[in-house]
Design a protein around this ligand. Sequence first.
Ligand code: NAP
Length: 289
Amino acid sequence: MTSKNCHSIADLTIGFIGAGNMAQAIIHGLIAADHSASQIICSNPSQGKLNALKLAYPDINSTTDNNKVFEVADIIILAVKPQMLSVALSSINTDLCADKLLISVAAGVETSTIYELLYSKGAIVRAMPNTPATIGEGVTGLFAKGNVSEIQRSYSEQIFNSVGQSVWIKQESQMDWVTAISGSGPAHYFYFLEAVIDSAVLHGFDPSTARQLAVQTAIGATKMAGANHDADISQLRQAVTSPGGTTAAAIESFQNDQFAEIINQALKASVKRGQELAQTSKAKQTTHK
Ligand SMILES: NC(=O)c1ccc[n+]([C@@H]2O[C@H](COP(=O)([O-])OP(=O)(O)OC[C@H]3O[C@@H](n4cnc5c(N)ncnc54)[C@H](OP(=O)(O)O)[C@@H]3O)[C@@H](O)[C@H]2O)c1
């Protein structure tokens, strides 16, 4: 869903609680999209990651005090590990959240849990990005309850579109599926590539040639899928599958081995694990309160 308004994040200060991998990916994306480093503030308990950010972007603001981020930022991205969220928010003066947009990237932590930690102050968007964000090719599932305004939705899109694409998810329960499909997704594609490369090596290819053939095929095929929005993916497949040909033989072998069902089962296993972790995380947040 694309928001209709044209409010820009350009003049807003964006704050990060946690300066780890995901925060760094988003910071790089924002700055590459011309957001001024002087309008970014980041907090982290240890100094090393803050120093590295300062080295890359001398104008960036950094602190070890989470409250400072809440004081100066218009939008705050909660980028700590799920189990650290309640600790990170426990020392926050929640009055500072009242008019702010908070975006949590913490996997599996429900918006209701965050509202509870912040005594219902602020507007919360839950986001599930993925690691290709580090090269500007991520996709982020976004979820917000009704109290998040259209402008705040637009701000959220702009942030995650700076590291790829974003898509709104209507029901929070589907965020577990977003985690399975795209959050964890890169590893699934890597696993497929590993299997292709292993097969090629098993049949006499040197690893580097096998890798080049497999990886560039994946890049080419996914770019074709991305470029042909109107075509069903099955149409793209059929276009390169002549009846009785070599491709058809491989597809038939996949089908005989129930490939689609194998994927379905894997995604269901991921969703189930996500739900289990969310329950554990909910219990931990309550304990830390
Ligand atoms: N990486 C991914 O692919 C990915 C994808 C989707 C969602 N996510 C979500 O993104 C979040 C961050 O993941 P990540 O991979 O970026 O983890 P990470 O690299 O470990 O970063 C987490 C950062 O939080 C800092 N931190 C710990 N306690 C804090 C506190 N009380 N206040 C402020 N900062 C604190 C840590 O600092 P120290 O290291 O100094 O302790 C660390 O720099 C997680 O919730 C994860 O579920 C990640």
